[in-house]
Design a protein around this ligand. Structure first.
Ligand SMILES: *[C@@H]1O[C@H](CO)[C@@H](O)[C@H](O)[C@H]1NC(C)=O
Ligand SMILES: *[C@@H]1O[C@H](CO)[C@@H](O)[C@H](O)[C@H]1NC(C)=O
Ligand SMILES: *[C@@H]1O[C@H](CO)[C@@H](O)[C@H](O)[C@H]1NC(C)=O
Ligand SMILES: *[C@@H]1O[C@H](CO)[C@@H](O)[C@H](O)[C@H]1NC(C)=O
Ligand SMILES: *[C@@H]1O[C@H](CO)[C@@H](O)[C@H](O)[C@H]1NC(C)=O
Ligand SMILES: *[C@@H]1O[C@H](CO)[C@@H](O)[C@H](O)[C@H]1NC(C)=O
Ligand SMILES: *[C@@H]1O[C@H](CO)[C@@H](O)[C@H](O)[C@H]1NC(C)=O
Ligand SMILES: *[C@@H]1O[C@H](CO)[C@@H](O)[C@H](O)[C@H]1NC(C)=O
Length: 538
């Protein structure tokens, strides 16, 4: 079906699409896509990696042939395959990484609707150099769940697989040794059960009770939460017990507990000094507990679990709780093109959360909200003075540090007293910029830069070194040049005061290190001329 669609498309658009089997293609023409696995079963909520490697001939019809674009697709639109990265259904959940002719598509937080056949395509610089794998990778995502009756439980798995999977069962969150079948008979009505696929132990089904029972059970609302540093977060769960009276209950973090005296004994977070004054336990309804942590710190990134105790039972689960990631946001420049009066930039709002859950991003220009994006990247046009930051939607008060092009650099010269011939002079340039700027030094009327780096040393300063110096500060978002600084050896001042030389200056000049025998009136006159020149030229 798909193969037919592809050859039709190929015929219609005149593209060369090879539909031969991989080995033959590779042998005969040097074109090929090899998938590391062509059938993958995954559980909803988990992450999958689909991998392939590709080869192509290094020359085609006598010209050099090089790979240009690689992407993965599941659908066609207007006779063109749709890159999954641009498909809104995958927004914020996919990453496509390629290195050394090996590409990996990573999809996080899988849902059943991600089940599809994934194809890889690469194109080369040659007009007809397009290649799709001869087969795709079949991904089946299953919403694993336990179906419960009074006398049996079964693990429902919708994955299409050519082999029979092995199951794993948990009773009250603890592994039932030796239970590998898809069903369990005569379950205990006090206990909750969940199942997992072997190899996917970290993604068990939600726990269930025997039909009609209220069993011992804890269900976390979210598996992972991402929150910006400084904000507050609610982590919640629902719980029930077979017996009605719960004697005690609390939230804990295994990571924190291990720092206590008794590693095996969970410690109540409300009594942990790290959280002092920052945690609240809310019970707005029966059977639901919410842990609220405010003023989040990096060290709060951890897994949080809930436990309860009744006169005859204590909840001790080995299954995951809610993982909290506290992140500091950061704007990264993916690529930028700097024009004379504007910069076109593709930016990414980076966080250490992956994915950032269901959070969207908002972008700020000079502190004003400009755009909301579902994915972490954003492309826009900026003015040289703009500063840009990002935040999670709903957490606008916790913005990333702002990114901006270098501001007007300042130059300091050492020694600041008069310069003796043969002495050493150090010029230092500083410009406020984020990301930090790199620096280049120029001498007036010379085209090529004199030096790079924030500090420019001239050891053994000679008369020929005298002149006007300027530094340029550059980061990915732009560039800014300092004004020129006149530096000359004591007594050689007159060389640089000729009005015709000053009139050629395109930039305002600061006169420094000018040593004039016979008074300072000359200096102020030069300064004044300089100012006038700048005014008239701007
Ligand atoms: C890709 O190739 C380079 C050079 O051969 C090597 O250093 C690098 O480790 C390779 N990367 C991977 C992911 O194999
Ligand atoms: C996976 O599917 C089950 C069954 O439909 C559902 O209860 C569960 O919430 C889903 N998990 C995620 C992470 O979406
Ligand atoms: C940008 O500035 C350079 C140097 O001043 C100039 O040669 C060029 O024409 C300018 N480009 C535009 C598009 O204004
Ligand atoms: C995973 O997807 C579900 C919807 O399918 C969403 O409710 C949930 O917030 C997502 N979780 C994460 C961690 O992205
Ligand atoms: C960004 O611009 C806004 C508005 O001009 C200003 O208030 C803020 O201080 C700037 N931030 C930085 C880091 O320059
Ligand atoms: C510049 O000179 C100063 C003083 O002589 C010295 O301390 C410094 O290391 C030099 N820096 C460079 C980059 O050469
Ligand atoms: C300075 O930074 C710019 C932008 O990141 C880069 O293009 C340029 O090559 C850098 N120059 C030096 C001398 O490092
Ligand atoms: C800064 O100076 C360099 C070298 O003279 C020049 O190429 C560049 O266009 C200048 N940039 C700005 C923004 O003035």
């Amino acid at each position: 079906m798909r193969g037919a669609a592809m050859s039709l498309t190929a015929a219609a658009s005149g593209l060369v699409v090879f539909l031969l089997s991989v080995s033959v293609v590779q042998g005969q023409y040097g074109w090929g896509v090899t998938y590391s696995s062509t059938e993958i079963c995954a559980v909803n909520g988990s992450t999958v990696e689909i991998r392939c490697s590709y080869t192509y001939p290094s020359t085609l019809k006598g010209s050099v042939n090089t790979a240009q674009k690689t992407f993965w697709f599941t659908k066609w639109k207007d006779a063109e395959p749709v890159d999954v990265k641009t498909d809104s259904e995958y927004a914020g959940r996919v990453e496509d990484l390629c290195e050394n002719n090996t590409c990996t598509l990573r999809i996080r937080n899988l849902t059943e609707s991600d089940s599809a056949e994934y194809w890889f395509r690469f194109t080369t610089n040659q007009a007809d150099g397009k290649y799709d794998g001869s087969t795709g990778v079949t991904l089946s995502v299953t919403n694993l769940q336990v179906i419960s009756d009074i006398y049996w439980l079964s693990c429902q798995n919708s994955c299409y697989q050519s082999y029979i999977p092995s199951y794993i069962w948990y009773k009250n969150g603890q592994l039932i040794q030796g239970e590998t079948s898809y069903y369990i008979s005569n379950p205990n009505k006090a206990d909750s059960y969940s199942c997992a696929l072997k190899g996917h132990e970290d993604f068990p089904s939600p726990p269930v009770c025997v039909r009609g029972q209220t069993c011992n059970r804890v269900t976390y609302t979210e598996r992972s939460i991402c929150a910006p540093k400084g904000s507050s977060v609610d982590i919640s769960c629902t719980y029930s017990s077979f017996e009605d009276n719960v004697n005690s209950k609390f939230w804990f973090s295994p990571e924190r507990s291990h720092q206590g005296q008794n590693p095996s004994q969970p410690e109540d977070l409300s009594e942990d000094s790290q959280y002092a004054g920052r945690v609240q336990i809310l019970e707005t309804e029966r059977g639901r507990s919410t842990l609220r942590i405010s003023d989040l710190r990096d060290s709060d990134s951890a897994q949080y679990l809930f436990k309860f105790k009744t006169p005859s039972f204590e909840w001790r689960s080995d299954l995951p709780g809610t993982t909290l990631t506290v992140t500091a946001l950061q704007v990264q420049v993916i690529r930028a093109k700097v024009y004379n009066y504007s910069t076109e930039a593709e930016l990414k709002c980076h966080s250490s959360c992956s994915p950032a859950g269901s959070l969207n991003y908002v972008w700020f220009k000079n502190g004003e909200k400009i755009k909301a994006t579902v994915i972490s990247s954003y492309k826009g046009l900026f003015q040289p003075r703009d500063n840009i930051s990002c935040a999670f939607e709903g957490h606008e008060d916790f913005q990333s540090p702002a990114l901006y092009a270098p501001k007007l650099p300042s130059v300091s010269v050492s020694p600041s007293a008069e310069i003796e011939e043969g002495s050493s002079v150090t010029l230092t340039c500083s410009s406020d910029a984020n990301p930090a700027a790199n620096y280049t030094w120029y001498k007036e009327d010379e085209d090529s830069p004199k030096a790079s780096g924030q500090i420019f040393n001239i050891t053994d300063f000679r008369a020929e070194h005298s002149g006007s110096y300027s530094c340029g500060a550059q980061n990915k978002l732009g560039r800014s040049n300092s004004t020129f600084h006149l530096i000359s050896v004591a007594g050689k001042f007159s060389t640089f005061t000729r009005p015709d030389s000053l009139c050629n200056m395109k930039q305002p000049k600061h006169i420094q290190h000018v040593s004039v025998q016979g008074g300072s009136s000359m200096v102020s006159e030069v300064d004044h001329t300089d100012y006038v020149m700048y005014q008239s030229s701007s």
